[in-house]
Design a protein around this ligand. Structure first.
Ligand SMILES: Cc1cc2nc3c(=O)[nH]c(=O)nc-3n(C[C@H](O)[C@H](O)[C@H](O)COP(=O)(O)OP(=O)(O)OC[C@H]3O[C@@H](n4cnc5c(N)ncnc54)[C@H](O)[C@@H]3O)c2cc1C
Length: 362
């Protein structure tokens, strides 16, 4: 599995979505998932764009509601990030219970848990930068609820390798599994994994009832823990040229939209801030993916340095950027980003948020 990076190729993927079949089989490893998240996370496509693409194809909304709802989860998590800011970096609603350590089980990192399909999917994950949603839930449940890790270190490990790294979806989903952003912890046993991932393995530490799973002590295989090493390789610093007669559009890890103000005469800068990647480390594969996607932006130049350094650069004038929780320190003109629905703010549950969204679906 490789991910296309040319914009025309990415648009073709929209045509391949089967939103009706998706509603029935998306939880299965072989289900009709779209693998669009790397493009949505990097801001190449918006959730609104995907949503409207399907509406224009005249699908009956009722038949594709599950797909629309899953897309809306993305906006929901992002709205929480906007509303709560850095508070999402720690336990959001309640303290995670039964935490034994703030590292992660070495067996997960080494793809050596003994749960064959989990180990196989982690190995694939290192190669592709993608993992199915249900498998992400299993991995998070094994780390936090069986291995009793605090969610943050394993979440950062997963974010590091994912091409679709999105800190809102990531941190808040991990917290949802670990129970610090939900009413109860999520657990799955071997039977569940076998059902959804075409496996027939038995006699593993997960091959027990749910009652046993909820109260079991840390299995031996998960007892060794490790702090993941998340080294970042920034591209080399390069010279850029800014035409002082023109405004400067700022692109970044979360905004690589080639259509954004595309008719405007402007300097176009992909800003790679070392401070950002120190706080939110990503793999070389993820960094390269971002750089390849940025090639869809006309005349883009890469600037490795802080926003404050760019402000001092010869020729710098007005900066224009898209709203995002991590762009709070940018100065200049802020454009709003696209959302699927006109629903804003913090909602305690997805379903409270969704209730507002469906009003505009009627
Ligand atoms: C522990 C954990 C960590 C996660 N980390 C990330 C992350 O860093 N980045 C990320 O983009 N997603 C994350 N997710 C959410 C979800 O797993 C991915 O968005 C989804 O698997 C992406 O694959 P896809 O494009 O094939 O999704 P599809 O199933 O085809 O869904 C279509 C689109 O809907 C949205 N979507 C679907 N499911 C979810 C969901 N549960 N939450 C939010 N949006 C969703 C995505 O934009 C996705 O591209 C995480 C989930 C879990 C359980």
């Amino acid at each position: 599995m490789t991910f296309e990076t040319s914009y025309p190729g990415i648009l073709e993927k929209l045509d391949q979505i089967d939103p009706v079949k998706y509603g029935w089989d998306r939880n299965f490893g072989h289900g009709s998932v779209t693998r669009l998240s790397p493009y949505i996370s990097r801001g190449v496509l918006s959730t609104k764009q995907v949503f409207h693409f399907l509406l224009d194809k005249k699908y009956e909304v009722g038949k594709i509601q599950k797909f629309i709802q899953e897309l809306a989860w993305r906006d929901y998590w992002q709205q929480i990030w906007v509303a709560k800011g850095d508070l999402i970096n720690d336990d959001l609603k309640s303290t995670q219970e039964k935490v034994a350590h703030r590292q992660m089980p070495a067996a997960l990192l080494q793809a050596n848990t003994g749960i064959s399909v989990v180990d196989q999917k982690i190995r694939e994950f290192y190669q592709t930068g993608y993992m199915h949603n249900h498998m992400r839930m299993y991995v998070a449940a094994i780390a936090c609820n069986i291995g009793r890790s605090h969610w943050k270190a394993p979440a950062q490990w997963m974010y590091y390798h994912l091409l679709d790294a999105d800190w809102a979806s990531n941190a808040l989903s991990w917290q949802w599994v670990a129970g610090s952003n939900s009413h109860k912890k999520y657990i799955a046993n071997q039977e569940n994994i076998n059902k959804y991932f075409d496996s027939d393995q038995r006699d593993t530490f997960l091959d027990v009832s749910y009652a046993q799973l909820a109260s079991m002590s840390i299995p031996g295989i998960l007892s060794e823990t490790i702090v993941p090493e998340l080294n970042v390789f920034l591209p080399a610093e390069r010279e850029i040229f800014l035409d002082r007669e023109l405004p400067t559009l700022i692109y970044n890890f979360y905004n690589l939209d080639p259509l954004w103000r595309s008719d405007m005469k402007a300097n176009r800068i992909l800003l790679i801030e070392p401070s950002h990647f120190k706080q939110y480390p990503v793999s070389e594969q993820s960094m390269d993916f971002m750089l390849s996607l940025s090639e869809n932006i006309r005349d883009v130049q890469v600037f490795v340095g802080e926003f404050s350094q760019l402000q001092q650069w010869p020729g710098a004038s007005t900066f224009i950027f898209k709203e995002h929780p991590l762009s709070g320190h940018y100065q200049g003109v802020m454009d709003h980003r696209d959302w699927m629905f006109d629903v804003r703010g913090y909602f305690k549950s997805f379903f409270a948020f969704w209730k507002q969204c469906v009003k505009s679906l009627a």
